[in-house]
Design a protein around this ligand. Structure first.
Ligand code: HEM
Length: 119
């Protein structure tokens, strides 16, 4: 059974998704305030590493847990859906097959509770 990471196309494919998604996220007026103080190149690198891990391309993640990274920032379900939407639209632009997009979305949805604060 090949991993989602391999089926997506490995490191180059993950890099393209991460670059595309943050181009959208960092210019989205509704999301920009969350990232005012963020070291943006570092964020892209951490996201490359996390998604590589989450999609089965690596057995290790050395960054913070998703709960530690996100809880307490006031992230709402709406914010989460906007970020996930930017991931999906980036993958569509990159012509990623819909069945792989569906697998990515299913993984992202497992992270909602760790990212979103009580509303
Ligand atoms: C869709 C699922 C998400 C994933 C996979 C994800 C992934 C990550 C990763 C890997 C980090 C870095 C952790 C580290 O430094 O060790 C991070 C940090 C962060 N994330 Fe997310 N994230 C997600 C959703 C969101 C959402 C919805 C928001 C807000 C709208 C958000 C805002 C942030 C912020 C503000 C940081 C800290 C940046 C900094 O260090 O300044 N994330 N996230």
């Amino acid at each position: 059974m090949t991993t989602l990471y391999e089926r997506l196309g490995g490191a180059d494919a993950i890099n393209a998704v991460v670059e595309g998604m943050y181009q959208k996220i960092f210019t989205d007026e509704d999301l920009i305030d969350f990232f005012r103080k963020t070291d943006k190149p570092r964020q892209l690198e951490m996201q490359r590493q996390f998604l590589t891990y989450a999609f089965g391309g690596s057995s290790e993640w050395h960054g913070k847990s998703m709960k530690e990274s996100h809880r307490g920032r006031g992230i709402t379900t709406d914010d989460f859906n906007k970020v996930a939407g930017h991931v999906v639209s980036t993958m569509k632009e990159l012509s990623v097959p819909q069945e792989l997009i569906d697998e990515v979305v299913a993984i992202l949805l497992t992270l909602v509770d760790d990212c979103v604060d009580e509303e």
